[in-house]
Design a protein around this ligand. Structure first.
Ligand code: CIR
Length: 279
């Protein structure tokens, strides 16, 4: 079973962080409707969707993906690379503790979930304006303990690695070769988004369906040649905040059990993991 953690759109989303995009007016009500439609798509494809309240203090808090990296064994709580977003993790830590032991990456390490792409037991990590070398090193040491390999993927032109590259299936990656360096992905089948659809490389896998951002028809055709099912999802209002499809959820494999059965009181207080603690 897949549980998807999602969070309502902040009424102040128009004050979001922006790195590569210019500021445009954002209609918070429309963005919330698109998030609700996205949640419906996840539910239709078999996910149990947790709907957390939004928080006016955090304009970017609907982009929950950046707050954590959830592995089969542990949830890694991120130290986000921009001050305005660092407080988003409090609520997320409490929710994640229902499903996994929570460990925390601490300063000076910074890392955001949008920069970490999982493919089996490999984690590709992008060095970005939000994720620093210390963050990647802390993740690598932590994940190595559970048998994951972390590969550094070079990145340029997009906020996060996953805006430049995501997985269509376990063997096939969809990427924008102008933003992500293909050298990191040796051994995988690579599908490039068309030049005219540079923002299309972020797709979301839910069970056997791959969701593609609406408005990228050529990419949708390419993905359909690989995926069993393709579904178009419109999050265009959220894209004005530089958010892509994966940003709006944290997907957790929950092996069929209800969250309450997973709750282990001794693990509810997040532990800290940082370079200093890495040994
Ligand atoms: C930010 O700059 O942090 C938000 N405006 C957008 C975050 C998008 N997250 C993602 O790509 N994983």
């Amino acid at each position: 079973m897949i549980t998807a953690i999602t969070r309502d759109v902040s009424p102040r989303i128009a004050e979001c962080e922006l790195t590569y995009l210019g500021r445009m007016p954002i209609d918070a009500a429309r963005a919330q409707r698109q998030l609700d439609d996205y949640r419906t798509v996840l539910e239709r494809h078999g996910a149990v969707v947790e709907k957390l309240r939004g928080d006016a203090a955090y304009p970017d808090s609907c982009f929950v993906e950046d707050t954590a990296i959830v592995l089969d064994e542990v949830a890694v709580l991120c130290n986000l690379g921009v001050a305005s977003r660092q407080g988003e993790t409090g609520l997320i830590a409490r929710v994640l503790s229902k499903f996994r032991e929570v460990v925390r990456i601490s300063p000076p390490a910074t890392i955001e979930g949008g920069d970490v792409l999982r493919a089996g037991r490999t984690l590709f990590a992008g060095l970005s304006t939000r994720t620093n070398r210390e963050g990647i090193a802390a993740l690598a040491r932590l994940a190595a303990g559970f048998g994951y390999k972390v590969i550094h993927a070079k990145l340029g032109g997009s906020l996060h690695l996953k805006s430049a590259c995501t997985a269509i299936d376990d063997d096939t990656l969809l990427l924008n070769p102008n933003w992500a360096d293909t050298a990191a992905f040796r051994g995988y089948k690579l599908v490039s988004v068309p030049e005219e659809e540079p923002w299309a490389a972020n797709v979301l896998r839910v069970n056997t369906t791959v969701c593609v951002q609406d408005g990228f028809p050529r990419t949708a055709e390419l993905v359909a040649q690989v995926a069993q099912k393709v579904e178009l999802v419109d999050t265009s209002e959220l894209m004005k905040a530089e958010g892509a499809l994966t940003c709006l959820s944290i997907l957790i494999e929950t092996a069929g059990e209800q969250p309450s059965l997973w709750r282990r009181p001794s693990l509810s207080i997040p532990q800290t993991y940082s370079q200093d603690h890495a040994g």
